[in-house]
Design a protein around this ligand. Structure first.
Ligand SMILES: C[S@@+](CC[C@H](N)C(=O)[O-])C[C@H]1O[C@@H](n2cnc3c(N)ncnc32)[C@H](O)[C@@H]1O
Length: 445
């Protein structure tokens, strides 16, 4: 059964410098890493992480638990977290933008404790299950019992007005009963039952499966209750099979549902001196994280009024700006190069300028948190974007912010990873086809 996680700060032995579960670093990766550092002279070194690490099975461990958009290529954390120069003096891996938990799971597999923050409640749920450490022996029983109770239930609860457009009447009724069972389930089982609900609801919607955000399609238009029950059983079996592949004895990974701009979500100053921040942050116009999970959010009770715009307002990289965002001045960002770039975008397209100003202001806030708690090392995976007819050097601007806080860049590599085009509008925000992986050290520690 997937049980609720104990907060990392309360775990006995968490601060122990020599974690016995920790895997030995890879000598091969150590040589490759040292060679990259030698080659780096201020200009990004071209590299392919797929070649460096070699092929990895498509759906390894719980990595394929949920089709969350723009997942990080897991070869990157696999390489970095197996490399002594990156992790030898580290007790905690921290990801302030945890998404569906790639970094946290990779940290666990290397025997490293980790903490993550995620604002999208559906992604936070996926991550919690992905790295859960309880005994999974009873998971199948929990899911089968939830199904049996839902079938016996007569009353369908009130549902979010967002949903009726996307399901047949019978599917709505069956999913509604499953949602009520998920809500009533014991706290220690709730994540597991809610994840099965989210996956079943995703599969039973009348949406076009080729498009990550809900767009009307023709599948499931006549879905019956039996179809939903059958899908639940399939999703449940698949979740259980994936959880069973996780090795035992993995260290704790704590997922904090919240906002990375809030410093109370971060590791304490005591932990931060031995913390590696490893993350792939959102893009400036990545509005589709919230939209791509809006139906699941509604089933899980996060959209009671039928809208998910409140989730977007606390999300970095938003399309719908709040009145506060519109009050921001160029001086909210401290880098003069960045001010120039944003002014040039605003001249061509005022709304785009405001969107990217809000984005960099938020990212500056995030890295200020890293500095204020004293995070030792930062590994950042980011890309550039096509905006208003030009290329916005997002990676370089983020690096400038980090360096202005006293961190020193010790490595920059560039990988021609496929861009996250499905997540951003094609004309305004589409990523340039490469990602930068950069390492920064707190200079005065
Ligand atoms: C590029 S994705 C991370 C992908 C992740 N590495 C994975 O493999 O799934 C960026 C994530 O940042 C999250 N995010 C956006 N604004 C946030 C905020 N203010 N605080 C925490 N997370 C936020 C988004 O919901 C999204 O899941």
């Amino acid at each position: 059964m997937v049980s609720a996680l104990e907060p990392i700060s309360h775990m006995a032995g968490f601060d122990a410098p020599h974690n016995p579960m920790r895997r030995p670093p890879s000598a091969h990766y150590a040589r490759e890493y040292a060679a990259l550092v030698r080659r780096y002279e201020g200009v990004p070194v071209d590299i392919s992480f797929r070649q460096l690490v070699g092929p990895l099975p498509a759906s390894e461990y719980t990595h394929g638990l949920y089709p969350y958009p723009a997942r990080l290529l897991r070869h990157i954390p696999r390489f970095l977290l197996s490399t002594e120069a990156v992790t030898s003096d580290i007790d905690v891996v921290f990801d302030p933008f945890v998404g569906s938990g790639t970094v946290l799971l990779e940290a666990q597999l290397r025997g490293l404790a980790s903490i993550g923050v995620e604002q999208n409640p559906v992604a936070a749920l996926v991550s919690r299950v992905k790295v859960s450490r309880g005994s999974h022996a009873h998971s199948a029983t929990v899911l089968n019992e939830a199904l049996a109770v839902a079938k016996r239930r007569r009353r369908v609860p009130d549902l979010s007005p967002l949903l009726s457009r996307w399901y047949s009447n019978e599917a709505m009724s069956a999913l509604g009963r499953l949602a009520a069972v998920a809500e009533d389930s014991e706290e220690r089982d709730r994540d597991l039952v809610q994840l099965c609900l989210a996956l079943t609801a995703r599969r039973m919607a009348t949406t076009d499966p080729r498009i990550p955000v809900p767009v009307k399609g023709t599948r499931n238009e006549t879905a019956s209750c039996s179809d939903v029950w059958r899908q639940w059983a399939l999703e449940g079996a698949s979740i259980v099979a994936k959880l069973e592949t996780l090795p035992p004895g993995r260290p704790i990974a704590e997922v904090r549902a919240g906002d990375a701009r809030d410093v109370t979500m971060w590791p304490s100053s005591e932990q931060a001196v031995k913390t590696l921040l490893l993350t792939s942050p959102p893009y400036g116009a990545a509005q589709k994280y919230v939209r791509s999970t809006s139906l699941e959010a509604a089933w899980l009770g996060h959209a009671p009024t039928g809208k998910t715009v409140h989730l977007e307002h606390s999300s970095i990289g938003r399309e719908h700006l709040s009145p506060q965002d519109l009050m921001l001045k160029l001086s909210s960002v401290t880098s003069s190069q960045l001010q120039l770039a944003l002014a040039s975008i605003a001249k061509k397209d005022a709304r785009r300028g405001a969107i990217y100003l809000a984005y960099f202001t938020d990212m500056q806030r995030t890295f200020l948190n890293a500095h204020s708690v004293g995070v030792k090392r930062i590994a950042l995976v980011s890309g550039d974007n096509h905006v208003a007819g030009g290329v916005l050097r997002t990676s370089q601007h983020l690096a400038d912010i980090i360096q202005s806080l006293g961190y020193k860049r010790t490595l920059s590599v560039r990988d021609p990873i496929r861009g996250r085009t499905l997540l951003t509008s094609r004309k305004n925000g589409a990523p340039a086809p490469a990602e930068y992986i950069e390492i920064f050290e707190m200079a005065n520690l």
